[in-house]
Design a protein around this ligand. Structure first.
Ligand SMILES: [Zn+2]
Length: 174
């Protein structure tokens, strides 16, 4: 059973302080993929930074996607719909929120279809933990993005070679 994981498609990472044209460019395709998933009964699971003061990565990146702010809200075009689930996280790896693994296992999910940003940071770190936990992985190469094309490619390459992830396009991912 697959689930689509949407990583950090919040204002700060798309249009805001850590946003990029690459992140903005995947929004329409991701919208289509999420629509397909809902039609097919594939769970749509959002994992979103909701930082609190003192979170370790704020030392590196500065304040971003702070809990309760507009920057931490999912971009309007990708707003969750009925039946979707949203988990907050405070680190790159979404499984640091233990509710995520519980929810996925409770639904019988054993394969994650990874989307969102950034390919080489939060997507990759979440994929790493998913791999350790025994999930199979697909990365949707045209529904993930990084600040640069090079970082995007590096992330894809790492997930393919280290975690055995399949890299597929949006129209073949589900
Ligand atoms: Zn963060």
């Amino acid at each position: 059973m697959k689930a689509v994981i949407v990583v950090d498609m919040v204002n700060d990472f798309v249009t805001g302080k850590l946003g990029s044209p690459h992140a903005r460019s995947i929004v329409p395709r991701l919208q289509t993929l999420l629509r397909q998933a809902r039609t097919k009964g594939v769970p749509v699971v959002y994992v979103c930074d909701a930082h609190q003061p003192g979170d370790p990565e704020l030392e590196v990146w500065g304040e971003h996607s702070m809990k309760g702010t507009e920057g931490a809200e999912i971009v309007e075009e990708l707003s969750p719909e009925e039946g979707d689930v949203v988990f907050e996280k405070r680190a790159f790896d979404a499984f640091t929120n233990p509710s995520l693994d519980q929810e996925l296992r409770g639904r019988g999910v054993d394969e994650l279809v990874m989307t969102g940003v950034a390919t080489n940071i939060c997507v990759q770190n979440t994929a790493a933990d998913a791999f350790y936990k025994g999930y199979r992985l697909t990365v949707v190469e045209d529904c993930t993005a990084a600040p640069s094309e090079e970082e995007h490619r590096e992330g894809l390459k790492y997930m393919k070679s280290m975690f055995g992830a399949k890299a597929l396009k949006a129209d073949e991912a589900l």
